[in-house]
Design a binder for this molecule. Structure first.
Ligand code: HEC
Length: 99
């Protein structure tokens, strides 16, 4: 009886530990976008609802679409930095084509 109690406690502690770990990872991923104003509704919506993580997955879709159409394109085609996600002046028009 006693040993089941200990096992149960351990399992509980483990589950809580895992839960806390997951929450931390989510926080890191829910990092807000670095820009505060946006040129496109789509990116603004992604940033507002899911932060940089959501913006990135939108961008990945854009790249996929453009590649499927035969464009040679990647994140660096439009962004001068993949840390701040600063973009080139012509990137906005280029992006609108694929949104
Ligand atoms: C066709 C050009 C283009 C490509 C390719 C592109 N981006 Fe972007 N990206 C933009 C533009 C323009 C914005 C800003 C949009 C706005 O203001 O509405 C942006 C915004 C972002 C943002 C939000 C920036 C912030 O404020 O934090 C992230 C994150 C991002 N891009 C990541 C990526 C990643 C990762 C890739 C590669 C998978 C990529 N982008 C490819 C043009 C591009």
């Amino acid at each position: 009886m006693r040993s089941t109690l200990i096992l149960g406690t351990l399992a509980f502690a483990f589950a809580v530990g895992l839960g806390a770990g997951t929450a931390r990872a989510d926080d890191a991923e829910a990092k807000p976008c670095s820009h505060k104003t946006f040129k496109t509704k789509q990116v603004e919506a992604a940033c507002k609802s899911g932060g940089q993580k959501a913006a990135k997955s939108l961008m990945k879709k854009v790249v996929k679409k453009a590649k499927a159409a035969g464009e040679k394109i990647n994140c660096k085609t439009c962004h001068t930095s993949l840390k701040t996600f600063e973009y080139k002046p012509e990137a906005v028009e280029a992006l609108k084509k694929w949104l």
